[in-house]
Write a protein that binds this ligand. Structure first.
Ligand code: HPA
Length: 273
């Protein structure tokens, strides 16, 4: 079996496993980043699938990433929430990063809300700010679509003119006003990590982007490949400060502090899509 056939077969087995245990199509996929996993607490009638139980699903290795796919209802939407994600720095190949997004697409999603922790670069950004991502720059040196293309999923060459959906961005703006959240907007640059940026790298990145992170970018590329619309929301967990070293623990704590506001924003967005 060639690799395209193999991935199709694996996907079929994963989808059959999930579909056998729930009914109906999913409207919205949600990916929760570092320290942002608590949204699942308000899901109605949740069915939790530990990643390890889903055939061919990768496993989460990063602390702060739980490793569950949670399916249920939020507001009036059927949602599939990835509580924990996969990063290139963990050693996942393109196929490993793509597979969960293909599963979400196979469950029926038209919309994907992706959240993440990110480092603020733009000078007005503060710890705890929430930013709607308007566009992205891929500096990861890799791409999740590397390898043979399966035309059933999407085209070989993917248009990225509207990586983040303009309509969803407008919905997020309106939701933020209703919730009294000062929603920032800006460009996300994705780097490979897992080392944080040097001062010289921050200086360089500040000329091209507003926030920096190690996730988001590949997921958005795979989602757009199969025509899924994306809303990207980042929590600014740290800002450049020469007197202060950034750590993953700080990123987790700061993300958790903002997760209440982020959840309010997502719930309000779900009411409108
Ligand atoms: N750099 C890269 N990724 C991150 C950061 C950062 O400063 N903060 C949270 N994720």
């Amino acid at each position: 079996m060639d690799i395209v056939e193999q991935v199709r077969q694996n996907l079929k087995e994963a989808l059959r496993y999930i579909s056998d245990r729930m009914v109906g199509e999913i409207d919205v996929g949600i990916i929760l980043g570092s320290g942002l996993g608590r949204l699942v607490d308000i899901v109605e009638d949740p069915i939790t699938f530990p990643y390890g139980e889903i055939p061919h699903f990768p496993r989460s290795t990063t602390e702060g990433h739980m490793g569950n796919l949670v399916i249920g209802k939020l507001i009036d939407k059927r949602v599939a929430i990835m509580q924990g994600r996969f990063h290139h720095y963990e050693g996942y190949t393109s196929a490993g990063i793509s597979f969960p997004i293909r599963v979400l697409k196979g469950l029926g999603i038209k919309t994907l809300i992706i959240t993440c922790a990110a480092g603020g670069i733009r000078s007005d950004l503060k710890q705890g700010d929430i930013m709607a991502i308007t566009d992205q720059i891929n500096l990861m040196g890799t791409n999740p679509l590397i390898g043979p293309n399966d035309d059933e999923f999407g085209p070989r060459f993917v248009d990225m003119a509207e990586a983040y959906d303009g309509g969803l961005l407008a919905t997020a703006r309106a939701a933020a006003i209703q919730e009294g959240i000062d929603l920032k907007e800006g460009v996300y640059v994705g780097v490979l990590g897992p080392s944080y940026e040097t001062p010289a790298e921050i200086r360089f990145l500040s000329t091209i982007a507003d926030v920096v992170g190690m996730s988001m970018v590949p997921e958005v590329i795979v989602a757009r490949h199969s025509g899924v619309s994306v809303l990207g929301l980042a929590v600014v967990t740290n800002t450049p400060d020469s007197k202060h070293k950034v750590s993953h623990d700080e990123v987790l704590v700061e993300a958790q502090k903002s997760s209440g506001r982020l959840i309010k924003l997502i719930v309000n967005v779900l009411e409108d899509i």
